[in-house]
Write a protein that binds this ligand. Structure first.
Ligand SMILES: C[S@@+](CC[C@H](N)C(=O)[O-])C[C@H]1O[C@@H](n2cnc3c(N)ncnc32)[C@H](O)[C@@H]1O
Ligand code: SF4
Length: 387
């Protein structure tokens, strides 16, 4: 059987920057979108020339993320996906995801996306309350989000998910419970619930710093997390990762590759990848493209792989990543799997893991390590100790 890889495509365009977001994206027009499409396939050609073994692989997941991939429109997206598939064919049953901002989907896009091979849609809804949508600087209304969702459902998209954000300035627990109720009524296959993270450099962060707005307290945000867990569990969703819930069989397989430290190519500005060429297997090689379309264009245009950093990891790094990403999953990580891939745990790790187990921050059972559910909301703290 051909080896499998995931493919992540970063689309670095948004209609307008949301007030909280620091993902790499810029506002641009159709000409830039078209140039970007050419560069992206050139980048993939460069990769295939540098690592010819990739040509024998199949993609079992493709994920167009951003930025706002949906801004490119169904036709350009179809051409891009077609170009990728001609270079690395899709495996049977591959998961092909598109992140979409409801404010950018045009009438007729959804059936055309389906026709060109997308089978999973992730809609950035964030909230159903106008006050929250405006505090976050979103370009769409709640009605537009619901219309986009129903359109995707009625057109027969096999998997439709929505993203929500909680801990928004001015949001109460009741507001959040209301958002969850409306989300559950739509019955998405997948639901991501992210705690608002005020990233430095964003308008929301600056307003908080100046004392003009305040976030809900940590206790209130922790209660909102519990409200989500309870509401979604009773509606049949499995909380399979710290911020992610899914109906059975709808867990995101592509993101699973990040959490399980499996192979994926990262294409486009700001994209990251993890490759396993023969010379660096089984530790793998991390790639990171520059978070600048101009720099990316100059490197790819000069026939150079755009990586900013790329290097084989040592077993200690590989182990740390395996734990730090894998412990985000409800099922945690298999110690035997880590040992099979990277060898016995390096000296520095058993101490840290053992201390976390002794203090109750990690559970060890049947050969697996996981974070107890009561600590999921503060899991970043636990994971930081491993880093
Ligand atoms: C890269 S966006 C892609 C979706 C699309 N661009 C949109 O916003 O509709 C992926 C998700 O990340 C989440 N996100 C981005 N920045 C965040 C932040 N600072 N705090 C919490 N969630 C964030 C949002 O929920 C968003 O839907
Ligand atoms: S949240 Fe989505 S639409 Fe908003 S700026 Fe970030 S990537 Fe763009």
């Amino acid at each position: 059987m051909a080896p499998m890889t995931g493919i992540y495509v970063h689309v670095p365009f948004c209609a307008r920057k949301c007030r909280y977001c620091d993902f790499y994206s810029i506002a641009a027009g159709e000409e830039a979108w078209d140039r970007y499409g050419v560069l992206l396939l050139d980048e993939l050609d460069l990769l295939l020339r540098s690592f010819p073994a990739l040509a024998k692989e199949r993609a079992d997941t493709v994920y167009f993320g951003g930025g706002t991939p949906s801004i490119l429109g169904a036709e350009r997206l179809g051409r891009l996906l077609g170009g990728i598939r001609r270079r690395i064919p899709l495996a049977e049953g591959a998961e092909v995801t598109l992140e979409a901002n409801p404010g950018t989907l045009r009438g007729g896009d959804i059936p055309r996306l389906l026709e060109s091979g997308f089978n999973r849609l992730s809609l950035g809804v964030q909230s159903f309350r106008p006050e929250a949508l405006s505090a976050l600087g979103r370009i769409h209304t709640a009605q537009a989000a619901m219309d986009a969702f129903r359109n995707a459902r009625n057109s027969g998209f096999p998997s439709v998910g929505i993203d929500l954000i909680f801990g928004v300035p001015g949001q109460t627990e009741e507001d959040w419970a209301g958002d969850l109720r409306q989300a559950v009524e739509l019955r998405p296959d997948h639901l991501s619930a992210y705690a608002l993270s005020p990233e430095p450099g964003t308008p929301i962060h600056a307003e908080i710093e100046r004392g003009e707005i305040t976030l809900p307290s940590d206790d209130a945000a922790a209660r909102m997390y519990d409200v989500a867990r309870e509401a979604l569990a009773s509606a049949g969703y499995r909380h399979y990762e710290i911020s992610n819930f899914a109906l059975p069989g709808h867990e995101c397989r592509h993101n699973g590759k990040y959490w399980r430290r499996e192979a994926y190519l990262g294409l486009g500005p700001a994209a990251h990848g993890l490759l396993f060429p023969e010379e660096s297997a089984p530790l793998g090689m991390r790639t990171a493209n520059p978070p600048s379309l101009a720099e990316y264009a100059s490197r790819v245009g000069g026939e150079r792989l755009p990586w900013e950093e790329a290097g084989a990891r040592d077993p200690e790094d590989a182990w740390k990543e395996f734990l730090i990403f894998g412990l985000r999953l409800a099922d945690g990580v298999s110690v035997a799997e880590g040992e099979k891939r990277y060898g016995p745990r390096p000296e520095t790790l058993p101490g840290a893991v053992d201390r976390l187990v002794e203090s109750g921050c990690l559970l060890r059972s049947r050969g697996r390590l996981r974070i107890p559910e009561r600590l999921w909301f503060v899991s970043n703290e636990v994971l930081r100790r491993l880093a």
